[in-house]
Ligand binder design. Sequence first.
Ligand SMILES: *Cc1c(COP(=O)(O)O)cnc(C)c1O
Length: 492
Amino acid sequence: MDTATALRNPVQEQTLDPDNWESMRQLGHRMLDDMLDYLQHIRREPAWRPIAAEAKQFFDTDVPMLPGRQEEIYEDFRQFIAPYPMGNIHPRFWGWVMGGGTPFGMLAEMLAAGMNSNVCVGEQSAMYVEQQVVKWCKQMLGYPAGASGLLVSGASMANLTALIAARNHHTANLARKEGLQNMEKQLVLYCSTEAHSCIQKAAEIIGLGAAAVRKIAVDNNYRIGPDELEQMIINDLAEGRQPFCVVGNAGTVNTGAIDPLDELQAICRKYRLWFHVDGAFGALAKLVPEFAASLKAIETADSVAFDLHKWLYMPYGVGCVLVKNAKAHRDAFANAAHYLHQFDRGTAAGPDSLGNYGIELSREFRGLKVWMSLREHGLEKYAALIRQNIEQAAYLARLVREYPDLELLAPVELNIVCFRFVRPGLNAGALNDLNREILLRLQEEGIAVPSSTLLEGRFAIRVAIANHRSRMEDFDELIGQTARWGHKLSES
Ligand SMILES: *Cc1c(COP(=O)(O)O)cnc(C)c1O
């Protein structure tokens, strides 16, 4: 026995790679074929189906201690998991604001998973792909080339990241060094009552508290009132508080309203406030010439948050935050550690660590699906699809207006339509109950998946179209079925 052998532990070493690569390869090909078949024929499936009790029981089993057969595990996926998606890959899914992904995007995800990159630091291709995708994101929105940016899990994280930069910049990083307890004045942030709940959540997370969020009233078009905003800022200043940031909506989640961004921008300049735009889905409407003017102020905003998994139809989850002042962005997050030292050669070289621009350190390779998808279709195609969704929303609004028993509940500016079934003689509460029931029937029957909201106390069936698979006739079907259920339920 030589020394090396003697020093080695005689126990057989193990690995997680397959014993039989050939059968793994076969199974992999089958999975790919099955999934492509499923996507190709998704229109035949119900838009949603309730999860069978048997499947739910299956999700209740304990942690497996011993190995299972891959084929069997995949069979369970086919039986218990695949049949019960959210529905957002379906042509008649218009709930919340959700994108449907694409087959090529799925393949890109598979490639990224194979590389298993940790895209935080290093001289590795993924770092350059992400850099290029951020550059493309700036170009999409006409944002300054010198701005910094980061791909994150979604718009909630993008908004949070931007607000941290805003808070730290405004306090000259005192918030970073000492926390908020030594702050002389309470920091205050402004948005409209229609701002997404993640803005308040971000304010809570970064130590400002919900009380620091001023929610300004909106007009009949669900847009923020700039005069009320300015008055509120003046009051806060007079009472010794410190306004620091205004969040404008480029497409509100309820109705798709676009705040008067120019006016918000002007107020921010006047009072030296950070101007942030939450453009989770709506920012991308800037690609459509009709919206270029109302969204132009995004180009000069201090920061903007938007999603690529909503209106750019990328597989979940990927959003983007852009910050005009790259130094302020970096100063808000950068820190140093010996184990993260960057060299100018070797594996630890490469672009500036992405950990200096956000919360995460280890990061998945989110950029690849964006990089491959944008190259697959080109930006013009995405612009055409966004316009198509906007036209579909306008078409649906016309159908609602023309149908005697349906009522439009909010102006349709972008891709969101809020409406309800009406029945003379029913009071407000009964109408809300009726429309909730109609919505649930549409979902449970697998016809379509709108979601809901409450607009001035009125229950709205809410259709948000960020779906490249929807066709005009899908909206005819929605209207027909809504009316059918409305009559059936109100006459029984
Ligand atoms: C969806 C949405 C968000 C949150 O985005 P996530 O990707 O779900 O984190 C924030 N703001 C608006 C306006 C949205 O529509």
